[in-house]
Design a protein around this ligand. Structure first.
Ligand SMILES: *Cc1c(COP(=O)(O)O)cnc(C)c1O
Length: 345
């Protein structure tokens, strides 16, 4: 039996042995009463990493983003964000369903918002326009192929929001990958954002959970909204124990996943039916386009690769997404490239 290489998503990461051990012995309590010592430790640690007052442990990134949207908006107001952002596309329309908020999508080349286009999307304060309530950022940008918005651009966007009196929420599901690419501290990249979300459950390998980070007042309100959305958990310190290991042991190594994604891109960029610039592979996500005239669609290529033991994600008719995470080593990359080479012939 061939060894299967599964590059569909970094959500496939299994908890590490250290995580399972920590989970088994974690002291726990009722977190709705604020009495789970392991969750309290995780929340303090996450707040500390981002040099903020407080943090909140939630069951998913989607819930963390949606709690933030609920916190910052009122029904009938707009959220300005990049058109391919996760909040607009992959969260079941939750911002409309749960908060009555509308998306104001702004297009971009590579997931990096242009301040001029953002400014044009902010509605004037007149008695007939839909009020703008929130600027939503995503860094790294999942659907844009893991692209990173540089620090200078983040600062410009935050300053722009300030000038318009708008709060900023950062969907930083993979912010540590973005920070590793830039070679800076994640707290610096998130500076000035009112709230930020990051996932413990993706490349950081925890089985469950995301964190929402912000000032004390916002996080106190977010805790109530989490309960409103059904996300109040009890002895979830079992899960937070894995999150603590994720922050201690996995955060420092995500740069390796970034480097491997670039390496794989270089191994396959010259193949005939792959349209890919390795220089654009900045973090652990790699997208390639299948050029026009190719003898297969993305869905067909995905099936062919699967029969050879390589799992990838097909998006639309001509895009393939590959994601690297800690269980994928250099040998896997060579084998994945070899399978792609074989299938392309
Ligand atoms: C995965 C992801 C989320 C949501 O996380 P879940 O835990 O799957 O709900 C939000 N934003 C981005 C950019 C993501 O990649």
């Amino acid at each position: 039996m061939k060894h299967l290489i599964d590059l569909r998503s970094d959500t496939l990461t299994q908890p590490t042995p250290a995580m399972r051990e920590a989970m088994a012995s974690a002291p726990v309590g009722d977190d709705v009463y604020g009495e789970d010592p392991t969750i309290n430790r995780l929340e303090e640690k996450a707040a500390g990493i981002f040099r903020r007052d407080a943090a909140l442990f939630l069951p998913s990134g989607t819930m963390a983003n949606q709690v933030a949207v609920h916190l910052h908006t009122r029904p009938g107001t707009e959220v300005v964000g990049e058109s391919r952002s996760h909040v607009f596309n992959f969260e079941m329309g939750a911002m409309a369903a749960l908060s009555g908020a509308l998306p104001r999508p702004v297009g971009s080349e590579s997931g990096i918002l242009d301040p001029g286009r953002v400014e044009a999307a902010i509605q004037p304060e007149v008695g007939y326009a839909t009020p703008t309530a929130l600027l939503l950022l995503e860094n790294s940008h999942n659907l844009a192929g893991g692209r990173v918005t540089p620090l200078e651009r983040m600062r410009e966007l935050v300053a722009l929001a300030r000038r318009h009196d708008l709060p900023v929420h950062l969907d930083g599901a993979r912010i540590f990958n973005a920070a590793a690419f830039l070679g800076i501290d994640a707290s610096e990249l998130a500076a000035g954002c009112d709230t930020l979300m990051f996932c413990l459950s993706k490349g950081l390998a925890a089985p469950v959970g995301s964190m929402l980070v912000g000032d004390r007042v916002s996080i106190d309100r977010a805790r109530r909204i989490r309960k409103l959305f059904g996300g109040g958990m009890r002895q979830a310190g079992i899960l937070a124990a894995a999150g603590l290991i994720a922050l201690e042991e996995m955060v420092p190594r995500v740069g390796e996943d970034n480097r491997r994604a670039r390496k794989l891109a270089k191994l396959i960029a010259d193949l005939e039916w792959i349209d890919l610039d390795p220089e654009e592979v900045e973090t652990n996500i790699l997208f390639f386009r299948i050029p026009e005239g190719a003898p297969f669609s993305a869905a067909e290529l995905k099936e062919k690769l699967k029969s050879e033991g390589l799992l990838v994600h097909a998006l639309g008719s001509d895009s393939i997404r590959i994601v690297i995470y800690y269980e994928i080593d250099d040998e896997d990359l060579d084998q994945a490239a070899e399978i792609l080479r074989r299938v392309m012939k």
